[in-house]
Design a protein around this ligand. Structure first.
Ligand code: SF4
Length: 224
């Protein structure tokens, strides 16, 4: 039986994913060189494997089902994790999806929800119909690598090729170990030069929860 919650290895909390091959905006961006969806991690490696895609289809069916809000809220309220990251692969595909996620967030007040998205128009429509509770952040993504998201967006994210040019909070998962310790920038540079990054097992959130915080306007992720 397919588990409806996914467990990202390097992030705290629960997650939920559907296939990135069905992203509405993401699939258009994936064809554009220099966009944040070009070379998408969720369209390569193990992601295209039938077993993975079938599990994501089961999660999409769950999202589309009438009982999704009650059942997902029930699953989250049973989980001991205090954070939920929506869409470690995929994105909302309709206003109805957005409204369901808002409803789940309202029914799980002890959980913090981070909702990264490229579907700004769908969310704008949904947010005219219902408001986001304080335990949820919709983080709109800038379209192109190295582009700053518009100031008018309440919460956003960017992808940068140069960490010196990070907009807002720089995500430092790239130099964070599983135990939460961070290696220095110089150690990171040396490991990269020596092609030893893999051995260090970096990429963890550690104690950082910036993406879940409405107080953090923009998070910049270094492009790998
Ligand atoms: S900014 Fe913090 S919470 Fe967000 S992905 Fe990076 S380490 Fe994790």
């Amino acid at each position: 039986m397919v588990a409806m919650l996914s467990k990202p290895k390097k992030m705290p909390g629960d997650s939920f994913n559907i296939s990135a091959f069905g992203c509405v905006t993401g699939q258009k961006l994936a064809k554009i060189k220099g966009s944040v969806c070009h070379d998408c991690y969720a369209m390569k490696g193990a992601y295209p494997w039938p077993v993975v895609q079938n599990a994501m289809q089961a999660r999409l069916d769950f999202l589309n089902a009438d009982n999704f809000v009650q059942d997902m809220a029930g699953l989250l309220n049973k989980s001991r994790k205090d954070t939920m990251r929506w869409f470690d692969s995929g994105d909302v595909r309709s206003v109805a999806h957005c409204l369901k996620i808002i409803a789940v967030a309202k029914l799980t007040p002890n959980k913090k929800h981070w909702i990264p998205t490229k579907e700004r128009k769908l969310w704008q429509e949904a947010l005219k119909m219902d408001s986001l509770p304080a335990n949820a952040v919709v983080r709109y993504s800038a379209t192109m690598v190295d582009d700053a998201p518009p100031e008018s967006w309440e919460n956003s994210s960017a992808v940068v090729t140069d960490i010196q040019k990070a907009i807002g909070k720089l995500c430092e998962a790239y130099r964070t170990k599983k135990n939460g310790e961070m290696i220095t920038h110089d150690e990171y540079k040396t490991a990269k030069k020596e092609k030893a990054i893999g051995k260090l097992d970096l990429g963890y959130c550690g104690k950082c929860r910036a993406c879940w915080s409405p107080a953090v306007k923009t998070v910049s992720y270094p492009k790998h």
